[in-house]
Design a protein around this ligand. Sequence first.
Ligand SMILES: NCc1[nH]cc(CCC(=O)O)c1CC(=O)O
Length: 302
Amino acid sequence: MTLRLGTRGSPLALKQAEMVRDALIAAHGWDSGAVEIVTISTKGDRDRVRPLTEMGGKAVWTKELDRALLAGETDISVHSMKDVESIRPEGLGIAAMLERADVRDKLIGAASLDDLPDGAVIGTASPRRVAQVKGLRPGLRTDLLRGNIATRIAAVENGKFDATLLASAGLDRMDQGHVGHHVELDVMLPAPAQGAIGIDARSDDAATRAALAAINHVDTFDCVMAERAFVAGLNGDCHSPVAALAQLDGDHLHLSVEIYSEDGSDRLQDKISLDRSDTETPKQLARDMLAAAPDSIKKLFG
Ligand SMILES: NCc1[nH]cc(CCC(=O)O)c1CC(=O)O
């Protein structure tokens, strides 16, 4: 039997697909051909110009993979969990996650945001990073920069942008761990699910789900599910600047969350402790925060 693994074709996506393939082969002692990588082009890959917010949100990364999986053309899909909408389509479900990598963002182009002069332009496509940068340094400017990791590093190197922000996890996976400077968690809280690789399977495919259970990193799974529950409770979409990080402490999770207005001038934050498999409390926290939020924030959510 071969397991067909669906993935996007970007260098990072392919690398992550290989990590999942290798983990499955190692866990089950399968032969090297047992997992076949099937590359599927997504709308997000084909259109590198328009912002995600104009193209249909995060689903631009997953829609074609979801369709192939539901149609039985593939058996699993590998995703950056950060790019997966908090509600999965009927019939699919995240079955496993690999151990989470470094969750921090990295700044490329300067050692810290404080080192950039007023007027400097940060290239990013992320509403969260825009709000965080402007909230911390209202004098900095941001402009749309999309594309894969190499494109974004090059845009700073060739002077099109003064700086950019990238997830440390992606840089490490692409052997670019020497690039950029970490931004600490108390300066910029990461995106929900940042640094986690997830594997989707059909809900009724018990055999595949059992095979995936062998490579699931339960601590990562519980933390990321709590962060995703917070986003689900916000009814957030790709317009929504939100940061969340759950960290494990015994059988409890500490969940830190922040939501912002577009320019970061308004920011709400909270930190709660919850049982590790409780996805209801993060949802309720989201609803309570939104109810108390100023219009500048409220209008960006569900
Ligand atoms: N939105 C694109 C995306 N999705 C996942 C990663 C990095 C890898 C990860 O967070 O696991 C990136 C690039 C980035 O934000 O720098």
